[in-house]
Design a binder for this molecule. Sequence first.
Ligand code: ADP
Ligand code: MG
Length: 225
Amino acid sequence: MLKLERVSKSYPTPGGALSVLQDADLTLHRGEALSIVGPSGVGKSTLLYVAGTLEPPTAGRVTLDGADPFALDEKALAAFRNRHVGFVFQDHCLLPQCSVLENVLVPALVAPGGPAAHEARARELLAAVGLDARLGHRPAELSGGEKQRVAIARALVLKPTLLLADEPTGNLDPETALTVADLLLALHGRENTILVVVTHSPALAARLPRQSRLDHGRLIEVSGS
Ligand code: ADP
Ligand code: MG
């Protein structure tokens, strides 16, 4: 279970603290999925970064299955994030010099057993996203949609509890966006993750069982679970 309790986040700026999140609350259980919409600059990415342990909250508490990751030291926090959180960004963020299979195995580089222990899983995920014939391709040799499919496989390779997607279809044409969204939702269901999707697409937002918008630093649920 992911729990955000009265989470606030402000960034220090030359003009003073910029308050982005204010007493935001969220509870998501295993298998649940939530979309978040809201205008640019409202703090959607910030909320994902705090939930995904990339940014500490300024106040409040974030727990994943009861554990407070921000109580860990830096090294343990990085290991926790690697093990429990998968990110899919708007820009795929693949390593250009690595093959498709190597990119999916990047999180396994610092996981127990190393890449060898996770290769079968990586290959299976790449088959699940329809890229089993592209294992040796470099990112530059893939279409935008294919790159996002690799990013989804990479996010899932270590079986994370939490799958976070920040405008995952933002750079894609409508048809490709639909395919990528289909895969994201199908794999979320299969893997029983907690899924949070930030999107500007009303069509994608509406496909998630729970829907919210970020408004004045708080999450407002617009349809109940
Ligand atoms: P969204 O994803 O909804 O567009 P963000 O979470 O990226 O919004 O940003 C929310 C606000 O916080 C914006 O005004 C942005 O300029 C500011 N912001 C984001 N990251 C930082 C940072 N590291 N330092 C200072 N301000 C930031
Ligand atoms: Mg953003």
